[in-house]
Design a protein. Structure first.
Length: 135
């Protein structure tokens, strides 16, 4: 976890790209990095962590969210997700992002740190199932 002031989308993207070196992606060789900006100003990074039992793999976005929540942070402004080719967050990650704020900004960038898309959790997962759907 790091803390920087005056965060810009580009700073988040750079952090997400730099942390990709720690991705444990020995099966797919597809390194993903995430950098999540909490309302406190703290930034939590994440990488994908794969497993020989493939379905146990955890995506970079969820690692970042779970790190943050376990540190006591529950509200977020933005997340940057970086892959070589600018891949978009998977469905499971979209649901987890939605849990912690439909208005969260999502920056999707490639390995050259080009911002390819700026969107929100709500746009990525319209009509998300949420706490309000539970009786
Ligand atoms: N992956 C992520 O980390 N985030 C996503 O949103 C999509 C996929 C990872 C999981 C796996 O380690 C690799 O990318 C290939 O699917």
């Amino acid at each position: 976890m790091s803390k920087i002031k005056n965060n810009s989308s580009q700073e988040l993207i750079t952090l997400a790209n730099e942390i990709r070196k720690n991705a444990y992606a020995k099966y797919s060789n597809y390194a993903v990095g995430a950098a999540l900006l909490g309302k406190s100003g703290k930034i939590y990074t994440g990488v994908n962590v794969e497993n020989a039992v493939y379905p146990l793999t955890l995506c970079a976005e969820r690692v970042a969210i779970f790190k943050a929540v376990s540190e006591g942070e529950r509200e977020f402004d933005a997340i940057a997700v970086v892959t070589d080719n600018g891949g978009s967050p998977c469905g499971s990650c979209r649901q987890v992002l939605a849990e912690f704020g439909l208005d969260m900004t999502v920056y999707i960038a490639d390995g050259e740190e080009n911002l390819l898309e700026e969107t929100t959790a709500e746009k990525l997962l319209p009509r998300a199932f949420g706490a309000g759907d539970l009786p």
